[in-house]
Ligand binder design. Structure first.
Ligand code: ZN
Length: 410
């Protein structure tokens, strides 16, 4: 396992933080550093068609080693890390034979990973836990995924007795800023289906995510001198509250879980003359999702009726859709992944993602793409950690998927 650990550490010590404020692609130049390093590594391993394109997408091929036809499958991971927390000078701490207790990340600054609060960690007792030093994120999201894919490809090159069809891999930039799939060339990738290695806890197998929209409500007020405002002023800030209060108070992120959808008011910009409310709308169920958008629109019209003037306006834009719709017709790709996990004594955990993934966008671009655990926990912050054993298991899951797929089409 030492070589897997060394590889992972090599990747996380390259700063690849993406930037949501930069419209350039990729959003940060430094992502090229890891992309170029990986390009060389994939060539050294012996993969063919290693291409780093002008948008910082790195693709490569492991050719089939069987005579019969096997569908080409793909594995995808992202090289960038979250803009939410620093990814510079990552200084990983290796905790061998973890004892189930709190982990001191940084004694000097008294930063502790509390094993009661983050109780998921209990299941990894006895394993090797890789943590941060409390000052950065770790970057297991998604360099664990990158490590797993590279390690699995290397293993398959070195062990030609394991039979597999053609395998394509892709490392994308800018996933954390929502653009990871934007310049993904699905046609050139040429896979029938793929898996993102970008989930969390060991066993996760995800093929459901939110349907998502963004709504902006604009309230046009009337600013009048406050001393002479009677029956003339319309205070857009105050009036906007009627819209806020018109939505169900308990359908918000902080009160919902599982398959429950929500309206999330995340920004208000306003003065007396004009106030805008920015919402995101989320639901796994397409019908309920559409209902939510209708609810917002009809609230706007009923408020306009009440004020006898169109002071409210609304603009709704869809952002992404639940990949389940695209996966349902090809459920065998989930069955193959589940079988690959069971072979390693991992119980598949089917979770509905309360967000989106690159895979959901790719699925709608014609590449069905569920998500498999990469092993890390507590993404996007200083408490991020990953058990080395989970990285190793995910690597084996990739190898198993390749082998099972080849056998299925025998
Ligand atoms: Zn990720």
């Amino acid at each position: 396992m030492q070589y897997i650990l060394d590889r992972f550490v090599r990747y996380i010590t390259v700063d690849t933080q993406s930037d949501p404020t930069n419209p350039a692609f990729p959003s940060t130049e430094k992502q090229w550093n890891l992309a170029r390093m990986l390009e060389q590594e994939l060539k050294d391993i012996g993969l063919s068609e290693v291409v780093l394109d002008e948008n910082c997408y790195l693709t490569a091929t492991l050719p089939s080693n069987v005579e019969h036809h096997v569908p080409t499958i793909g594995f995808v991971a992202h090289i960038d890390t979250s803009p939410d927390f620093s990814g510079k000078n990552v200084n990983p701490q290796i905790h061998k034979n973890y004892n189930g207790e709190n982990i001191v990340l940084n004694a000097e600054q008294n930063i502790i990973l509390n094993a009661t609060y983050f109780d998921d960690i209990q299941q990894y007792k006895g394993q090797t836990i890789i943590t941060t030093d409390g000052t950065t994120l770790l970057g297991a999201d998604d360099k664990a995924g990158v490590t797993e894919i590279v390690s699995a490809m290397e293993y398959l090159v070195k062990n030609p007795d394991i039979k597999h069809g053609k395998i394509r891999i892709c490392f994308t930039p800018d996933e954390e800023v929502g653009k990871g799939a934007h310049k993904f060339d699905v046609e050139a990738f040429g896979a029938e289906w793929a898996y993102t290695m970008d989930g969390s806890e060991i066993g996760e197998l995800e093929y459901e995510n939110f349907n998502a929209a963004r709504a902006v409500i604009t309230v046009q007020g009337k600013s009048v001198h406050p001393g002479y405002a009677k029956n003339k002023m319309v205070n857009a800030i105050l009036v906007s509250q009627q819209f806020i209060n018109g939505l169900p108070a308990d359908e918000v992120p902080e009160l919902t879980t599982g398959h429950q959808g929500f309206y999330h008011l995340h920004d208000i910009i306003g003065d007396v003359e004009k106030t805008t409310l920015e919402y995101i709308v989320r639901d796994h169920d397409l019908e309920k999702f559409n209902q939510r958008k209708e609810t917002m629109k009809s609230l706007v019209s009923s408020l306009n009726q009440k004020f006898e003037e169109d002071i409210f306006s609304i603009e709704i834009k869809d952002q992404y859709f639940n990949m389940k719709e695209k996966i349902a017709p090809v459920m065998h790709i989930i069955d193959i992944a589940a079988e690959a996990m069971k072979k390693e004594n991992i119980k598949p955990i089917y979770k509905a993602i309360r967000g989106g993934t690159d895979g959901s966008q790719l699925s709608y671009m014609g590449l069905p793409c569920p998500n498999i655990f990469a092993g890390g926990h507590n993404f996007h912050g200083k408490y991020e950690y990953v058990p080395l054993e989970s990285i190793e298991k995910a690597t084996k899951v990739i190898i198993n998927i390749a082998e099972i797929t080849a056998n299925k089409y025998l």
